[in-house]
Design a protein around this ligand. Structure first.
Ligand code: FAD
Ligand code: UDP
Length: 395
């Protein structure tokens, strides 16, 4: 891998790739392995896009842009990434905090027992759900998908307030897939996610991407360089763009809606954590789970993440991160495309332009305006690299 110092001498490349997140780096690695020269630029000063992690001043490995729980049902994706990292298996478990107490979450038999204040059984919980759920044949939005499974009471307790805070939209205005991705179970399985493979890169995402680059001598990386500058600097055969699609087209049909976030990091020494032990249940931790969700409307943040629970890092201090959702304006970080019918319709205008491009590929979460996880973005980049290699062959 070549680094930013080599800037002036490389003005020609085969593939110019905008964005050093999962989409850009995976595509670059595949193309470079086939012999093509790739220049990857990112306007940020680091690798990994939103999955970037780093050791903070307290010595804790933190996910800079919110928690990134790797999970996948795709053996191809897991095998591919395993070339660049070992894995630390994690049973991602979280809690919800409302009515002044912690609840087992996502909703499962333990939650039901906490709600009843006595032991119960899967059969009793199933009967209770049958009595309380609101029959909806095919749920069309995020309210219907939850009330059709658990009824209005549990929906209002755990989902409505959280969703309105997160998206500043009512669950009725969001695709069913938004809240529908949270499992509801009548057994005691309280894992947050459903995928068969659930693990974090053993040394972190940034280390994984550094290994990917180290294995790719034909990738040139330039951090702190944006698209306009890169376009002017490198002639290229093909462009791979992983930024916001509306920005690519100068937002000519108006900006697409995105949701942004403000992250508030707070670190604690081992000594400061002593009084928290009654709550966290173990020394060296601030809260009882990796993530605690706060669905109440009067709490301004949606969740507090203490990633040390998941990384298993052996360090005395800890860091917690509070997430405050906020409106997005051009120039700010567009963390989430908005998974709603009106936003998708607005995206279609840009998608139609993109479909006409012969020498540009649009991949990743922002360029395809999809609420995609890291493994889905990896799969998309692998598929696009295969397509490009079929088209262009090898040099
Ligand atoms: P990004 O990671 O956004 O990378 C795109 C890169 O392009 C960025 O670094 C950006 O700076 C750069 N770029 C954009 N425009 C330009 C430009 N004009 N010039 C130069 N550079 C540019 N996924 C999971 O699987 N599990 C999770 O638990 C999870 N949690 C998440 C939590 C949060 C808060 C967020 C926001 C996302 C989460 N995700 C999670 C999704 C995950 O972040 C994405 O799937 C993945 O990072 C997408 O990779 P990408 O390369 O498409 O985009
Ligand atoms: N959600 C909720 N209550 C919760 C957790 C999630 O209402 O306690 C809803 C909310 O709309 C959220 C969506 O489910 O945006 C998906 O949650 P997830 O934790 O997967 O979101 P992400 O990690 O992508 O922000």
């Amino acid at each position: 891998m070549l680094k930013s110092q080599d800037l002036s001498s490389h003005l020609m490349t085969d593939f110019l790739i905008i964005g050093a997140g999962f989409a850009g780096l995976v595509a670059a690695e595949r193309l470079a392995s086939a012999g093509w020269r790739c220049v990857v630029v990112d306007r940020r000063s680091h690798l990994g896009g939103n999955a970037h992690d780093r050791i903070d001043p307290a010595g804790v490995l933190v996910h800079k842009y919110g928690p990134h729980y790797f999970r996948s049902n795709s053996q191809r994706v897991v095998d591919y990434l395993s070339r660049f990292t070992g894995w630390h298996e994690v049973a991602y478990t979280i809690k919800s905090f409302t009515d002044g107490r912690y609840w087992s979450f996502p909703i499962n038999l333990n939650t039901f027992e906490e709600f009843l204040g006595r032991p119960s059984t899967p059969e009793e919980f199933t009967r209770w759900l049958e009595e309380h759920r609101v029959p909806v044949e095919s749920p069309r939005n995020s309210e219907e998908v939850i009330i059709s499974q658990v009824g209005r009471g549990l929906y209002q307790k755990f989902f409505e307030g959280y969703t309105i805070k997160q998206w500043r939209r009512h669950p009725r205005e969001l695709d069913a897939s938004v809240c529908g991705r949270i499992p509801i179970r009548t057994n005691r399985d309280d894992r947050y996610l459903t995928e068969s493979f659930q693990a974090l890169p053993a040394a972190g995402y940034t280390a994984m991407f550094e290994n990917l680059l180290a294995a790719s001598p034909r990738i040139e990386l330039h951090l702190g360089v944006d698209f306009e500058e890169a376009k002017a600097r490198w002639n290229h055969k093909h462009l791979i763009y992983t930024g916001e699609i509306d920005a690519f087209y100068g937002r000519r049909f108006g900006p697409l809606p995105y949701r942004s976030l403000r992250f508030e990091h707070e670190s604690f020494t081992a000594e400061e954590l002593i009084p928290r032990q009654a709550i966290s249940g173990k020394p060296g931790y601030w809260q009882p789970a990796m993530q605690v969700n706060y669905p109440d409307a009067d709490v301004p943040f949606t969740r507090i993440v203490e990633i040390k629970h998941a990384t298993g890092q052996n360090v005395d201090a800890t860091t917690i991160v509070r997430e405050f959702p906020k409106d997005w304006k051009p120039g700010e970080e567009p963390y989430y495309p908005v998974p709603a019918p009106d936003a998708k319709a607005a995206y279609q205008k840009y998608a139609a332009l993109a479909a006409e491009e012969k020498h540009t590929s649009f991949i990743g979460r922002l360029a395809t305006y999809r609420y995609y996880n890291m493994d889905q973005v990896t799969a998309m980049a692998l598929t696009e690299a295969d397509r490009l290699l079929a088209l262009h062959g090898t040099p």
